[in-house]
Design a protein around this ligand. Structure first.
Ligand code: PLP
Length: 393
């Protein structure tokens, strides 16, 4: 396995578990148990049943006829926006709440940027009757207000992160601090393929259902299970990891990862980690991250709360370094325009994160018979205010 994780918890040079001693028992307990638990027939059965009856899987693979016509290629949208709670994040939180129960945990903490992971966590905690605390940057609380209200309705406590750029990175710091203080009864549901091993691998496995479905859905529609391209936006990288998972080792499938360039890659207001990042350690794993010459993390910026993160998960650092995936940076303006175009051409309002992936069609030319699958990671309800302000609607 060249592109997947090795038995030491690394993707090539990236990954591992760089954690304070206080967290070691928690992370080690998870590392020793996660694969065993995931393989238990009763776990698989409960996970699959909830994905089907509660989340509404399989999510459709939709042939976007008018978008395809405009860009003269064959575009399929993997409709994670149609999942219960409105994004791919719920696939992972269902898996992790079942894991937490099996490990005997009583209290759940999470971080969130766009609020989709917070909502998905609050949802599964309500479903299972567990206490839920969500850390969220103060800026994100303001720009993703509908999701904050949803979390509260679902019974979660939302705690603002007031340090740094007051966004996802800072919320993650607070969640880690909480975990250190509550090492016994608490499970930390990380929302992306980031964090110390085994989180990146565990989250990727829970999200792998996305490419598992793409395989048979494409077989039905195109008579073959492999596309020519898979495109996904990358914050930490979980929707991309899920959409790529079953194609990682098949190099006939081209992978495109889309990052947020904010106001421009070199504007000083960006979250384009592959373009600007260097090797370093963030939130327990060795990966690529944006940092100053003396190793201080650079405050990121993106119009999209879910992509506003100064790093990427170790899988994506490895895909970048090996050239397995092509990394593209998309500005706020380009993403917003692509999002509006999907509304007008297909009647679908995408999350601004997903709009970044859609902007690839304005950057890159595909062949008429290329099969291009794009991960439509979430719906845009949470982003209406940002769209309204941007376009003066
Ligand atoms: C709809 C949506 N897409 C994408 C992301 C980015 O996360 P990831 O890179 O883990 O998929 C988020 C994060 O909040 C999101 O809400």
């Amino acid at each position: 396995m060249k592109y997947n994780i090795n038995n030491k918890g690394y993707y090539g040079d990236f990954g591992g578990a760089y954690i304070p001693e206080m967290l070691y028992p928690n992370v080690e307990e998870l590392r020793l148990n996660y694969l065993k638990v995931m393989q238990e027939p009763s776990f698989k059965e409960e996970f699959n049943q909830l994905l089907k009856d509660y989340v509404g899987r399989p999510s459709p693979l939709y042939f976007a006829k008018r978008l395809s016509k405009k860009y003269n290629t064959k575009i399929y949208l993997k409709r994670e926006d149609l999942n219960h709670t409105g994004a791919h994040k719920i696939n992972n939180t269902i898996g992790q709440i079942l894991m937490a129960q099996r490990l005997g945990k009583k209290r759940i903490i999470a971080e969130t940027g766009a609020g989709q992971h917070g909502v998905a966590t609050a949802t599964v905690c309500a479903l299972m009757g567990m206490e839920c605390i969500v850390y969220m940057g103060e800026i994100d609380i303001a720009r993703q207000a509908p999701n904050v209200a949803r979390m509260k309705m679902l019974g979660a406590k939302v705690v603002p992160a007031l340090s740094g750029s007051k966004t996802l990175k800072d919320a993650t710091n607070e969640a880690i601090r909480d975990w250190i203080n509550n090492p016994v009864d608490t499970h930390y549901i990380i929302g992306s393929v980031v964090g110390p091993h085994p989180y990146p691998d565990m989250v990727a496995r829970f999200q792998a259902v996305v490419s598992e479905e793409i395989q048979w859905q494409l077989q039905e529609k195109e008579g073959k299970s492999t596309p020519d391209y898979v495109i996904a936006c990358v914050g930490g990288g979980s929707n991309a990891a899920g959409a790529y998972y079953h194609y990682l080792e098949n190099t006939n499938v081209n992978l495109i990862a889309v990052e947020a360039a904010g106001k421009g890659v070199n504007s000083g207001k960006s979250a384009a980690t592959s373009a600007l990042g260097k090797e370093g350690i963030i939130h327990g794993s060795k990966t690529l991250l944006m940092q100053t010459n003396d190793g201080q993390i650079t405050e990121p910026y993106s119009i999209s709360a879910g992509l506003d993160y100064p790093g990427v998960g170790p899988m994506h650092a490895h895909l970048f370094k090996t050239g397995r995936a092509e990394f593209v940076s998309v500005t706020d303006d380009q993403a917003m325009t692509a999002g509006l175009e999907l509304c007008e051409l297909e009647g679908i309002i995408p999350a601004i994160e997903s709009s970044h992936a859609l902007a690839v069609f304005g950057h890159k030319t595909f062949k008429p018979d290329d099969i291009v699958v794009l991960s439509l990671s979430g719906r845009g309800d949470k982003d209406l205010d940002t769209y309204i302000n941007h376009f003066k609607l």
